[in-house]
Write a protein that binds this ligand. Structure first.
Ligand code: R5P
Length: 304
């Protein structure tokens, strides 16, 4: 008989954690998370975890430093309470874009986070659409790297029109876009992107979108500069309808408003990052849940 799954949630994405809990038929573990008046984080696990395999969900977006530190503290608490195995479920792994040194004097923050997680006591990581696959190698513990493209494709298929091409919004999203193009039996076009500043990019199209419908693919939407500039370029080059999909919707600053005003007609985004109600006010965004694929990964991980 299978053992009961103990799933805890940090404060970053309780909505997703609850959905996963429903999928695996397990209520969330009792945990008290508070902030002291001096802004330090207080964690108390109010559940017996001794000798158990536990899972803790925390997405590292919106307030990444607070959520990372909260996760480290929760893991420490679980370790000190003698949990047998501690699986961190990080649907959005922040700092994934800092996975190498481009200029002297820069850190490799994605590796630093891997070191912090394993030092704290994480024994297994479940994550989704890392910015770059090599980040898996930053860990000396098992990593389950899930992908959302099948979910995104299944939803997009419902509205995609004939004569569509898949467009990778930059070289970083090429692999994901290539797999999506293959599964949809569509041609692939690539955009070459040069980042001029954190919120400004220069783009050039490699391929043809004239008189075609476009399915634009990226893994992250932060300021929206990449997606919007890619969509604008496609429209300038004669694209007809433009549908887009991203795994992780950070939606920093006024990006949602800019997306509303852009040539993008619909944007599919997953709930790896908690989306507030404001996202529902935007007409173009369609939210897709990753709860089932994470629940399946948990089921596949637990002890028989
Ligand atoms: C970059 O390498 C990623 O694939 C995304 O294109 C990028 O992070 C999106 O950021 P923003 O929305 O700020 O352009």
């Amino acid at each position: 008989m299978s053992k009961q799954i103990l799933l805890f949630s940090g404060s970053s994405n309780k909505t997703l954690a609850k959905e996963i809990g429903k999928n695996i038929n397990s209520p969330l573990g009792a945990i008290e998370l508070k902030i002291f008046p001096d802004n330090e984080i207080s964690v108390t696990i109010s559940e017996k975890v001794e000798d158990k395999n536990v899972f803790i969900l925390q997405s590292l977006a919106i307030d990444p430093h607070r959520y990372l530190f909260e996760l480290l503290i929760i893991v420490d608490a679980l370790k000190r309470a003698s949990a047998k195995k501690i699986t961190a479920i990080i649907p959005y792994y922040s700092y994934g874009r800092q996975d190498r040194r481009i200029n002297p004097g820069e850190p490799i923050t994605a590796k630093l986070i891997a070191n912090l997680l394993t030092s704290a006591g994480v024994t297994h990581l479940i994550t989704l659409d890392l910015h770059a696959d090599p980040i898996e190698g930053f860990f000396d513990i098992p990593v389950t790297h899930l992908h959302s493209q099948e979910l995104l494709v299944n939803e997009a298929k419902k509205i995609l029109q004939p004569n569509t091409v898949v467009v990778a919004s930059d070289i970083g999203s090429f692999k994901m876009a290539e797999q999506i193009a293959k599964s949809l039996h569509l041609d692939l076009v690539i955009i070459r992107k040069e980042r001029l500043s954190p919120a400004q990019v220069k783009t050039a199209l490699i391929g043809n979108v004239t008189n075609k419908n476009v399915f634009l693919v990226d893994n992250i939407c932060s300021t929206g500069a990449t997606l919007i500039s890619a969509a604008t370029l496609c429209r300038e080059k004669g694209a007809k309808t433009i549908i887009a999909s991203v795994t992780h919707g950070i939606f920093a600053g006024k990006s949602l408003q800019k997306i509303e005003e852009s040539p993008i007609e619909s944007l599919f985004v997953t709930n790896t990052i908690c989306q507030n109600d404001h996202i529902m006010d935007t007409k173009k965004i369609r939210l897709i849940s990753v709860s089932k694929i994470i629940a399946d990964a948990i089921e596949n991980t637990r002890d028989p």
